[in-house]
Design a protein around this ligand. Structure first.
Ligand SMILES: [Mn+2]
Length: 378
């Protein structure tokens, strides 16, 4: 069954991905930021393509969390700009790392993104052929072309070859969690592992479709529920912007929700206790954490497509995550919807720096937990 070998996967990664920070197709925009990232990762900003390919040789030996950037915001649609999340968040993560070699994760690189595409199922054959030529130089390949399709191809191959490694995805709009979570859940099912999804967000992301599109930032959760053992293994925290009350979502979809006002009024401790006792009861073994930065109040997270007031403080998810992780290992996670060029609130001075700083501190925690889990796997 497990026919995919590391050398095949390596070929696939070299075709479907590009060096970290290069996922947005541009020459000049954010060039300095990109070069600065490359200096931190590779020690130079020259010849990065080859240095990145060489770096992939070390993946099998790595016992760190593996980072994958998905610079796509095609699945968003209110205020765009989350395509810059992977470059800027990495920069924020490495702010204090000066010399090459201190990077606290293994960087797989970025998905090669054609910014007009989403998923291959929305494309006709002619477009797929053209885009294959553009990305891979030939039409004679079965490789996918849309960012969600490429991401799912990469992540599912990754888990086939490395079932004991964990991915940390950087989006991207929240639709880019769909391929990450989908492939994670399928891999865990194959391994016979019982897992839960801990989803921080101001929104439920539980539309069936939005304007006819089923895989977008507002609907991705709906389409992974069937891959959980029970829909109640999806636990959503921080919800506050919704056209329906909590009961509607819990009854219609079977998910569990803790709205932002519950977390604020009861405190993160008691909420975590409830989640923990449910996870114990259900004999959950591992967690995937999907974090939409808009779960945080807009004073902390203004650089995002749909900032929302009355949200969590950065302290709340940290308390919840730290307490959950003491008992349930986090074996996969992502940070979504950070749009560093968006300055959505003029009253917040340097809003994108704040957003990146809090996004980086939560991401560091999650990356570190995935690394701990990886190192516990024998
Ligand atoms: Mn979301």
């Amino acid at each position: 069954m497990n026919q995919l070998t590391w050398s095949k996967l390596q070929e696939q990664l070299e075709l479907e991905l590009c060096p970290p920070g290069n996922g947005v197709f541009t020459i000049h925009t954010a060039k300095e930021k990109r070069e600065s990232l490359h200096k931190k990762v590779f020690g130079t900003s020259e010849g990065v393509e080859n240095l990145w390919k060489d770096s992939l040789n070390h993946l099998p030996q790595s016992n760190h969390a593996v980072v994958l950037g998905i610079c796509s915001d095609t699945g968003g649609g209110i205020l765009r700009g989350a395509n810059w999340g992977p470059l800027f968040l990495r920069e924020a993560l490495l702010k204090n790392e000066t010399a090459k070699g201190d990077i606290p994760y293994f960087d797989l690189g970025d998905v090669r993104v054609i910014p007009h595409l989403l998923h291959d199922k929305y494309l006709n054959e002619g477009t797929i052929e053209n885009c294959r030529k553009a990305l891979y130089g030939t039409n004679d390949t079965p490789l996918p072309v849309g960012p969600l399709s490429i991401s799912e191809d990469v992540a599912s191959s990754f888990y086939q070859v490395f079932p004991k490694k964990g991915l940390f995805g950087i989006g991207g709009d929240h639709s880019t969690s769909y391929p990450l979570v989908k492939s994670y859940l399928k891999a865990k099912k194959t391994q016979g592992k019982k897992v839960a999804l801990i989803h921080f967000d101001a929104h439920t992301d539980l539309l069936v479709e939005r304007l006819g599109i089923d895989l977008c930032f507002g609907s991705w959760v709906t389409h992974i529920l069937g891959d959980l053992q029970k829909p109640s293994h999806a636990i959503q925290i921080g919800i506050r912007s919704s056209g329906h009350p909590k009961e509607h979502w819990e009854k219609t979809f079977g998910v569990q929700q803790y709205w932002a006002d519950e977390v604020i009024n009861q405190g993160p401790g008691p909420i975590t206790e409830k989640i923990l006792s449910y996870l114990r009861e259900e004999k959950i073994e591992e967690l995937y954490v999907s974090f939409d930065i808009d779960a945080l109040d807009s004073t902390y997270a203004s650089a995002t497509g749909t900032p929302e007031p009355n949200g969590l403080s950065p302290h709340d998810p940290m308390v919840i995550l730290q307490d959950l992780a003491k008992e349930f290992p986090i074996s996969g996670a992502d940070m979504m919807e950070i749009a560093p060029y968006l300055q959505t609130d003029e009253n917040i001075h340097q809003g994108s720096e704040t957003t990146l700083m809090v996004g980086a501190s939560i991401s560091s925690f999650l990356i570190n937990e995935i690394t701990k889990w990886t190192q516990s796997q024998k």
